[in-house]
Design a binder for this molecule. Structure first.
Ligand code: 0RA
Length: 647
């Protein structure tokens, strides 16, 4: 496969040499501003490289030519992605004068150039193309199996170091891409198995029948997961439902192909109270919703009301609101659209207006058929929605009453709150502190100009298990809602938040971890935008105080403690050194609490972010639902989890 680099032929897009120079400039731009192409150069961007390569294989699967994709994390965090697709074309491109595979590896957005007649993972976060992965890899090797032969080519930092060469015979077809992320580019180089597993599992659910293998070869006890779901989204819904009890045996499921979009949907009601709808466009999670979600919601409300009215299930002038028919619902909607328009702050909102009607019609048709064919299921889910409607009415009354008495928003602040003195929310923070004694220390230690303290007594209510009227009658929750000042749920208005930093400060023990989880669940379910906007943080109090004479040091991990002990013993013995382990925040005096945990110049606080709504939802469910075992496991691994949230 010889290419003549010195030849200079004129053509439409400039001569060959100048076009090659353009290519190099393109990849250079990627290396200069990697964040523009993959979002970040931290753990998130690193994992993004894998998704980018896998997306190409999944595109091949969506086109109907690939049944298996395998991802291997090799020692030194090298990644291999292998598939059994058609193999990237190796023949010379007629005008570009390089093999197709080389074009794909070196041209930005080359993905769709070959094949316009299929759905592509494009727009949103993905779809920048494998050339970006190439540019950001210390080295990358591609192997294509096609036409009975194997071909190989190597690149370093996006520049080819070998020509595409035939290296032997091949049985079958496919593409193998192996790459090592460039340490000059990434601040984090270690792949997280759980992070990759979550996305690959999701992709397998979304592409029914596609087998995705994830293997970790970095340690001796090799881990291998295989994801393959013949039931597609129906199995996804069962997975998301977890341990909750379904109120009708069969998952509602359909797939249909319309001119505007291919539509696949699965849904099931359980005896819980939360709404869990996840939507995808071309395999990308649309966290900000969009036209497909609007169509789905409209169809749910209309179809269920129509059926109930027709079958005389309502009493006199009863009817169900959108919120009512979504309570206890787990639903996944996946649409595939030829030219998706992604909008919104994070480009995860579908804009195509024609999709709304297509989804609405499809859901109307299939859901009403399901209700007609399964009258007992229909009755169960309508009864459930009616209960939701009654509870909502009771909650409204309770809220009105409460508003009059103390005011959930505006009005009187809770008595336990020690508020800050400045009025600018952007500069204000509130510490939610476990227990009255730690609350007392925090009140004395704080900088009262911008730091507010709200002590919380004992365990707050587990909102995952409670209904809205009960949630609102809980004192600790009411205090938080009033202090934050932005309302709750449908009434929540983030622009009214009185603080832009809400810092959870609990003891470094199992109870503290539990309270922290309860609070996170509360924010996730009832004030989700606080998390989306990055307003929620977790304080990091020290675990140890090491002191000798007049010197004192604080340590946040066991390793740090050992290091401080070594430093203080000055190579001699450890006499006179004392180590105190803090069992709770209450053991610190106000001054210590300020110095170690609250002083903005000295403290570390972890920002809580929700990377994948689906995964987060699953985590919250497993933690807060009825299963005891996963919760225990979680609490044991809590520190790791909190950091994971930030990936
Ligand atoms: C365009 C055309 C053809 C294959 C592919 C792209 C392709 C790309 C990747 C990337 C990873 N795995 C892939 N598998 C296939 C083939 C067109 C044809 O054979 O007619």
């Amino acid at each position: 496969m010889a290419t003549d680099n010195s030849s200079s032929k004129s053509g439409k897009g400039g001569d060959y040499t100048s076009r090659r120079i353009q290519v190099l400039k393109g990849l250079e731009a990627v290396r200069k501003r990697p964040g523009m192409y993959i979002g970040s150069t931290s753990a998130r961007g690193l994992h993004h490289l894998v998704y980018e390569v896998v997306d190409n294989s999944v595109d091949e699967a969506m086109a109907g030519h690939c049944s298996s994709v395998s991802v291997v994390i090799r020692p030194e965090n090298i990644i291999s992605v292998d598939d059994d697709g058609r193999g990237i074309p190796v023949d010379m491109h007629p005008t570009e004068k390089v093999p197709g595979v080389e074009l794909a590896m070196t041209t930005l957005h080359a993905g769709g150039k070959f094949d316009k007649s299929s759905y592509k993972v494009s727009g949103g976060l993905h779809g920048v193309g494998v050339s970006v992965v190439n540019a950001l890899s210390e080295w990358l090797e591609v192997e294509v199996r096609r036409g009975g032969k194997r071909y190989h080519q190597r690149y370093e930092r996006g520049i080819k170091t070998t020509e595409l060469k035939e290296i032997g015979p091949a049985s079958g077809t496919g593409t193998l891409v192996t790459f090592k992320p460039d340490p000059e580019v990434f601040t984090e180089l270690a792949f997280n198995f759980d992070t990759l597993s979550a996305r690959l599992r999701e992709l397998a659910f979304l592409n029914k029948g596609l087998e995705i293998v994830l293997r970790d070869e970095r340690t001796d006890d090799e881990t291998e997961d295989v994801y393959r779901y013949e039931g597609g989204l129906a199995e996804f819904v069962e997975y998301l439902r977890g341990s909750r009890t379904a109120i009708h045996p069969q998952v509602v499921y359909f797939e249909t192909s319309r001119p505007e979009a291919e539509i696949e949907l699965a849904m099931q009601y359980d005896d819980g109270f939360s709404e869990n709808i996840h939507t995808f466009v071309n395999n990308i999670g649309t966290h900000e919703g969009g036209t497909h979600l609007t169509g789905l919601r409209a169809a749910l409300t209309r179809t269920i009301n129509d059926y109930a009215r027709k079958n005389r299930i309502f009493k006199k002038d009863e009817s169900l609101s959108g919120d009512d028919v979504r309570e206890g619902l787990t639903c996944v909607l996946s649409v595939k659209v030829m030219e998706p328009q992604f909008e919104g702050q994070t480009k995860t909102k579908l804009g195509n207006s024609e999709v709304r009607g297509a989804v609405e019609t499809a859901v109307n048709e299939h859901l009403s058929a399901f209700l007609e064919e399964n009258p007992r299921s229909a009755k169960a889910l309508i009864e459930k929605s009616l209960q939701a409607a009654r509870a909502r009415e009771a909650a409204r009354k309770a809220r009105d009453l409460a508003r009059k008495k103390s005011g959930l928003e505006g009005g009187v602040l809770p008595g336990k709150l020690a508020d800050c003195s400045i009025a600018d929310p952007a500069l204000s923070e509130i510490y939610l502190v476990e227990g009255d004694s730690a609350g007392g220390s925090a009140k004395q230690g704080r900088d009262r100009s911008f730091q507010a303290i709200l002590p919380l007594k004992g365990k707050i209510l587990n909102v995952e298990k409670a209904r809205i009227d009960k949630i609102l009658s809980n004192d600790e929750i009411r205090a938080m809602v009033t202090a934050i000042g932005a309302g709750i749920r449908d009434d929540f208005d983030i622009s009214k938040a009185r603080y832009h930093k809400i810092i959870i400060m609990t003891d470094a023990d199992v109870d503290g971890a539990h309270i922290r989880t309860l609070l996170l669940t509360f924010f996730f379910r009832q004030m989700r935008q606080l998390i989306d906007q990055g307003y929620v943080y977790i304080a990091q109090p020290p675990l140890y105080r090491v002191h000798k004479g007049k010197t004192e040091r604080y340590a946040y991990t066991d390793d740090e403690r050992d290091l401080e002990i070594r430093k203080l013993s000055n190579g001699k013995d450890g006499r006179g050194i004392s180590v105190q382990r803090y069992k709770g925040l209450g053991e610190m005096n106000p001054d210590q609490l300020w110095k170690t945990t609250m002083d903005p110049d000295a403290r570390t606080i972890l920002k809580v972010t929700v990377e994948s709504a689906t995964e987060a939802d699953g985590i919250f469910r497993r933690l807060m639902g009825d299963e005891v075992e996963p919760r225990r496991e979680f609490i044991e691994k809590n520190a790791k989890y909190v950091r994971n949230l930030d990936v």
